[in-house]
Each structure stands twice: as structure tokens, then as C-alpha cells.
Design a protein around this ligand. Sequence first.
Ligand SMILES: Nc1ncnc2c1ncn2[C@@H]1O[C@H](COP(=O)(O)OP(=O)(O)OP(=O)(O)O)[C@@H](O)[C@H]1O
Ligand SMILES: [Mg+2]
Length: 330
Amino acid sequence: MKELHITAENLKKSFKIPLLKEGLRGSFENLFRREHEIINALIDVNFKISEGEIVSYIGPNGAGKSTTIKILTGIIMPDSGDLNILGKNFNRNRNGILKQIGVMFGNRSRLFWNLPVKESYGFLKNLYEIDDTSYKSNLEFLSSALDIENLIGKQVRTLSLGQRIRCELAAILLHSPKIVFLDEPTVGLDSWAKWKIREELKRINKEFKTTVLITSHDTNDIDVAGRIILLDKGRKIFDGDKKVFTEKFGSSDYSVRVEFETNAEIKEELFKTIVSRINSFENSVLKFSVGQSDPLFKFLKDIDYIKPIKDLHIDRESLDDVIRKIYAGT
Ligand SMILES: Nc1ncnc2c1ncn2[C@@H]1O[C@H](COP(=O)(O)OP(=O)(O)OP(=O)(O)O)[C@@H](O)[C@H]1O
Ligand SMILES: [Mg+2]
């Protein structure tokens, strides 16, 4: 029986925001009588997550994903509800728990901008009191898993977004956290870079048994997870196995579009051995469909051997369509 890593019970959070009237008269009125709007960001959200699970926490903009992550990492307090992390009440054991988790918000950096990446790692080593042996072995594993050996000597500001995100991931994993929270970690990356990072996360999860909660508003991002929690307007509307989710709500096919570098030497016959159903292959752009039961990643891994790829898109049913289906009760 696996240990429960997160138990969230009836989490509620609302925000009160002032409704400001416009114009001179409005500003005058605002001084005396201010009206407020209440936004229910989370409404009785419940879930239990076990050790080693990778959970994709998805929902459209404003669904309450970041609010949940902020509550689970102690940045904000819920209005009510109970939270147990690593078997302990979060409120009463906050400091001990915070040492054992890692968090990454897509657009915020943990790294010192003007210094080489490894300087930030040294800082984190001291902050988390990581002993020399664990630091060395973790850094070694993460450098190779995240393909950053050649980056950690460089100044952070010289890195591309994708390179920086890999270095950020290593930064939050250095102290061997038992749980990591990733809030839209791959936002802004092209689909190829996103896919690579998802594969790397799976490797890290396998090696360290790290529990991973990853948010996204894109159904294409759910491949990394074994389980999906879907949130809409502050309410949980689906929680279950990814297979059940895709069978119930996904379209029957993924459509894949691979764009190669124009100078790449590509033999169409080669692709016929990988993909039986090519929809079109023109101007270095290959389009094909893959059924849901196909082991999609086998195709993509094989394609990886036939680089160089400029861009890759794998599209699933959009989140809006999925949510519509759930409300329609299909
Ligand atoms: N500090 C705040 N003050 C007021 N309202 C807030 C605050 N933080 C979040 N909200 C509101 O709470 C709701 C949930 O926001 P949240 O950031 O959790 O959504 P999200 O699912 O992360 O969305 P996105 O995909 O856009 O990141 C939104 O309506 C948002 O406007
Ligand atoms: Mg958010």
C-alpha cells in the first residue's frame, strides 16, 4: 500500500475584489462606498494523491489551478478545509514539510540571473543543507536526465527559455523533494521542447519516486500523467485515470504535424515503416493521424532518430470540448 502524500479536504478559497467606479464622480463615490465582488476560486475541492503519482491538474484559465498550488505550498491560506502533506497536518508542520517539497511557477525563476547556473545550485545546497555526497550524486543524475551538463557553467541570462526551464527543474529537485508542484512549467515552449521535458520528468519520477502535481490548461500536456484532475470554475469535475479520461473525452485520433529543417534529408519510405497512415508530406511538413490505442510515443521516439526536427505538434481534443462533454453528461 502506497503512502498518501497529499490529502486535501474541502478546500475553499475566495477573493474579495473592489469594484471601482470610473470617472470623477465614481472616484468620489469609491472613497465612501466601495462595492466588492467575491470570486470563488476554489469550492470544496477534495483529492488524495499517493507517493510517486504524476497527476495532471488541468483546467481553463481562472479555474483555480494556481490558487491550489499556492495553498499546497503555503503561499496563501485556504478560507477553510484540511490539508495533510506527507502524512502531517500542513498548518502545524509547515516548516518541516516545506523542506521536503519543491515548487516551480512557470514564469518565476529560482536562479540568479547574472550568475552561472551552478552558483544558484551552490546557494540551494546551503539553503537546504544538502550533504556533499547527495548533492554530487543528485547533480550528476539531474544533469544527465535534463541534458544540462553543458549549461550549468553558463550565465542564466544567456540561456534560451527551454534551457532555463531545464535548469530550473534541476534547481527544485536538488534537495530530493518528496513532492514537486509545477505550475505551467512549459508555458511558452514549442511542442517539441514541451514533449522532451515531459519525458525527462517521467524519468526523474521513475528514479526518485517523486510525487508530481503539474498544472496545465492544455489537454496536450496530460501525457506525462497517470491521473487527471480537471477543475472548472473552482470545482473539481473529473478525477481519475488518464486512460479513462482519454477514452471518455478524447477524440479517437491525435493529429501529428512534424516540420523538418528544410535542408534535412528525409526519405518518405522511411516514414512509411514508422507511420502507416501519412496524411500528407509536403514542403518538409509531415502530417499523420494516430489512433488513441496506438503507442504514440513509440512513433515519436523513432522520429527523434531522424532529426533534425524544426517543430512538432500533437493535438488532442481541446479542453473546452472536453468540459462541454462532461457537462452534457456524455
Ligand atoms: N490574489 C487574487 N486576488 C483576486 N482574485 C484572484 C487572486 N488570485 C486568483 N484570483 C482569481 O481566482 C480565480 C482562480 O485563479 P487562478 O490563478 O487559481 O486560476 P488558474 O486556473 O491558475 O488560471 P490560469 O490558467 O489563467 O493560470 C480567477 O478568477 C482569478 O481571477
Ligand atoms: Mg495559473
